[in-house]
Design a binder for this molecule. Structure first.
Ligand SMILES: NC(=O)c1ccc[n+]([C@@H]2O[C@H](COP(=O)([O-])OP(=O)(O)OC[C@H]3O[C@@H](n4cnc5c(N)ncnc54)[C@H](O)[C@@H]3O)[C@@H](O)[C@H]2O)c1
Ligand SMILES: [Zn+2]
Length: 816
């Protein structure tokens, strides 16, 4: 290579790297993978080493990648925040170990291994135990002051409750927990918004937001891995980590001290797959020389310490065939395409599906059915298709055509301008939308009726007992009918005449006294063609061997059922079982039973419609015939949950309605400003838009919702059931009365005058912060009735102040 060529390449590489750095650090986007990026950088470094005359001071090989923004105050770092050298190869790592050994002139040293958390570096400065500043890495010399946003991260102590040096700095990595990332993305997809690309970029973007309430709603977390200060006195990095842990900082327990590079390699191998179970994304292992004296001896390059290195895991990817695309309809009708793949092993699990998000993604990839695609997986997040191997495309393949009609209800799909997702507009009649709407309504963050899970709701909808959320509040009126309600339908089918049939295994199970379902399944499996006689003789023989007597009556019933057939199918008309069973003691004609077998979908519904009082023996047989059904206790739980939900505050009700684009935060904002649903219904778009944090899309969706008379009717109905459609004034925040400002509080056990929600609201409305778990970072605990002993122990151990509910009330009263 001539000097000229080298210079040209160096310039080209630098430009490329600068471009990707800018995307990555300023715009929180990546167009290439980290591995590809690191290869560019490595190539540049190799060229610069070969042609040192072209190693410029502003080369990306000499600078930390980020910069500062204009949106926050700029803070100069007391100690520069550097980058880390990295490698993807074990050989390089062993070479590095050799350099460490030569640099120190001894082999008496140890390493400290930590996972490399893939997030955003943050520096926290504490003065007199109080968090003073949180600053991003920026260009390494100066960063953005994002203290307000960092304070929303619950694991970052605002105050250290220990004897600590007057001033010190802690560094760590802020990350978007994988679970939380999935939750936010599921919500975004539901709302027709573009999903966030990956947790690293999304976390970094979130930290730089101007609105801290959005930052808080995303529940970022942070791992700390570095303690610095002028008056600290440690000999090793291990000691300083132990100190951080003891002061209550969130140190990931995954670290390990290693005496040799071989042990380091074992650590790397150990975490290669285990790391996927951690709450944060990780992209490698950071290896640090443990002794601080030895660290000083080795020193720094312009960009990174010589005493540390990052070993990075290559993102796992595999190639497989795209077999088909299925389309899921969500609760708001939004349609999500999912790629069905030929199963392939990836990062220890078999992958069969990959997310595609929306039509844009399919178009961007240019997918054809039958294509060989590359899939990549990062941690728990469902794998995604990163590209196509076009060389392997079958000649007769055609591009994927997006569906035009709803796969659930056949309504024509629509796609609003500017939105990424298609959706099914048939919100009232599309089954997953009905189920989805009700599921959302009862969910924890909305009305929190946890006794109504998906299976129960699905069965209630299919039985046409509920069509809409307002029907939930009618369930208490039919409490009796619900006892014995069947939840599954697997055992039922309909014959050609449309008559309800039930599987034989259930019949035998119900009519024979002793055998379990499993034993019956084994019998049926072992006897090919069986008629009642042979069946019974086989049962009789086997059961008698075990000393079990079948119930004599059972034979009579079954014989009656089989009069015209001599071999069995797998199921039998329900009325053929019920007629001989019930006619003994009740006057029921064959005709009405046959008719019910056509209209009803299970035995419970048939019996309810017969209006008969079952005798104990009949009851026993019927309950064995039925599928899993609701018992009295379960029904009571459901009714209690429904009644309790009437106490939920307006903002929860508003969120629970499931209006497109209205999330928890926007519901809170709307409830706070408008105070009642009636005000909201009669408002104008411009009024809604006055709220900070509420945009056009949301306002439009809200107005659209109220324009639909069916929604107004639904709200009116819910009002008659007693749901809260106004904010209750005592809870309203009075900005002059904020006695709890700056205090972190937790309540535990059952309180007399507050529900879980209302205590949280009370504390927040008076300026305090409600904390979910006991930690040293809490100002006091309100102890309710039957506070968990483990919690109490922990609180006492941490020396937390524990007060009663009365004392709490006094506290907020006297401070008025
Ligand atoms: N895909 C792209 O377009 C693109 C663009 C730019 C940068 N990148 C990626 O970013 C990397 C460069 O970023 P960088 O300069 O932040 O370096 P780095 O991410 O390779 O390593 C340094 C950082 O690691 C973090 N870290 C995590 N866990 C740690 C631990 N236990 N101990 C110490 N530090 C820990 C710290 O934030 C530290 O600042 C590149 O190697 C590349 O992978 C990608
Ligand atoms: Zn539909």
């Amino acid at each position: 290579m001539t000097e000229q060529q080298a210079l040209a390449q160096i310039q080209e590489l630098s430009e490329k790297i600068n471009y990707h750095n800018d995307l990555y650090y300023q715009k929180d986007k990546s167009e290439i993978t980290d591995y590809e990026f690191d290869q560019l950088l490595e190539k540049l470094i190799a060229l610069e080493n070969q042609f040192p005359q072209y190693k410029f001071e502003d080369s990306p090989s000499q600078r930390v990648g980020g910069t500062i923004t204009k949106n926050f105050e700029t803070v100069v770092h007391k100690y520069p925040m550097l980058s880390l050298g990295n490698t993807y190869s074990k050989e390089d790592l062993i070479d590095w170990d050799g350099r460490v050994k030569r640099g120190l002139g001894t082999d008496d040293y140890a390493y400290f291994c930590e996972l490399k958390f893939d997030g955003t570096a943050l520096s926290l400065t504490y003065e007199n135990g109080q968090l003073k500043r949180a600053v991003t890495r920026g260009d390494g010399t100066q960063g953005d002051d994002i203290t307000t946003n960092a304070k929303t991260i619950r694991s970052i102590p605002l105050k250290v409750k220990h004897q600590v040096p007057e001033s010190f700095e802690v560094r760590g990595e802020v990350y978007f927990p994988k679970k939380e990332f999935e939750r936010v993305n599921a919500e975004r997809i539901e709302n027709g918004e573009e999903p966030l690309a990956n947790p690293r970029n999304a976390g970094s973007g979130t930290l730089k937001m101007q609105d801290s309430s959005i930052v808080a709603s995303r529940k970022l977390d942070c791992y700390l891995y570095y303690l610095l200060g002028d008056s600290l006195d440690f000999n090793t990095h291990s000691e300083s980590m132990a100190q951080l842990e003891q002061w209550g900082f969130n140190v990931s327990p995954t670290y390990k001290r290693c005496n040799t590079i071989e042990e380091v390699l074992e650590y790397i191998a150990e975490w290669e797959t285990k790391r996927h179970d951690l709450p944060s994304e990780t992209d490698g292992v950071v290896i640090k020389v443990d002794s601080l004296d030895q660290q000083n001896e080795l020193g720094f390059t312009a960009k990174s310490p010589r005493w540390a290195i990052a070993y990075k895991y290559k993102a796992e990817s595999a190639s497989t065939v795209l077999e088909s695309i299925s389309y899921q309809v969500g609760r708001t009708g939004s349609v999500t395409p999912v790629a069905n793949l030929k199963p392939v092993l990836l990062a220890g699990t078999t992958v069969k599906r990959a997310s595609l998000h929306n039509a844009n993604e399919i178009a961007r990839l240019g997918l054809h059915l039958g294509d060989t695609v590359f899939v990549e997986k990062g941690g728990e997040i469902i794998p995604k298709i990163t590209g196509i191997d076009e060389l392997q495309r079958p000649t007769d393949s055609t591009p994927v055509e997006y569906i035009t009609h709803c796969p659930e209800c056949s309504t024509e799909l629509v796609r609003k301008e500017g939105e990424a997702n298609h959706y099914c507009p048939n919100s009232e009649g599309c089954p997953p939308q009905i189920l989805g709407r009700i599921e959302h309504f009862v969910s924890k963050r909305a009305m929190d009726i946890d006794s109504l899970g998906s299976q129960r709701l699905d069965a209630l909808i299919k039985s046409k007992i509920i069509h809409d959320i307002s029907d939930l509040y009618r369930l208490p009126q039919i409490e009796k009918k619900l006892i014995g309600f069947e939840l599954e339908s697997d055992q039922y089918s309909k014959n050609e005449e449309g008559e309800l049939c039930i599987s034989n295994r259930k019949i035998f199970y119900a009519l024979l006294e002793k055998p379990t379902l499993k034993q019956i399944d084994n019998l049926l499996l072992n006897s090919e063609q069986i008629n009642p006689e042979t069946f019974f003789s086989s049962v009789e023989g086997r059961l008698q061997e075990k000393g079990i007597n079948y119930q004599q009556d059972g034979l009579t019933f079954i014989e009656a059922c089989f009069t015209s057939e001599d071999s069995m199918s797998t199921s039998l008309e329900v009325h053929k079982v019920l007629i001989p069973l019930l006619q003994k003691n009740h006057t029921i004609d064959d005709y009405s039973l046959k008719r019910l077998a056509k209209t009803e979908r299970n035995i419970h519904d048939i019996i309810t419609n017969l209006f008969i009082e079952l005798q104990p023996k009949e009851k026993e047989i019927i309950s064995k015939l039925k599928s899993t059904s609701l018992q009295k206790k379960a029904v009571e739980g459901i009714i209690a949950g429904i009644n309790e939900s009437k106490d939920k505050p307006f903002e929860k009700v508003l969120f629970a309605l499931g209006i497109r684009h209205i999330g928890e935060t926007s519901a809170k904002l709307l409830a706070k400003k408008f105070k009642s649903i009636d005000n909201l219904i009669s408002t104008s778009e411009s009024h809604v838009l006055e709220i900070d944090g509420i945009g056009h899309k949301l306002a439009e969706s809200l107005l659209q919702y109220f324009k639909d008379n069916r929604n107004i009717r639904r709200i009116e109905e819910l009002k008659t059931f007693g749901l809260n459609f106004e904010t209750i004034s005592i809870i309203e925040s009075d900005s002059n009365h904020q006695p709890l400002v700056g205090l972190r509080i937790i309540a535990s056990g059952k309180l007399k005058n507050y529900s879980r929600d209302s205590i949280v609201e009370k504390i927040e409305s008076l300026g305090g912060t409600y904390v979910k778990a006991i930690s040293s970072n809490i100002d006091f605990v309100i102890e309710g009735e039957k506070m968990g002993p483990a919690k109490k122990d922990k609180a006492i151990k941490l020396g937390l102040k524990i007060i009663t509910e009365e004392e709490f009330d006094k506290l907020i009263d006297t401070q008025t």
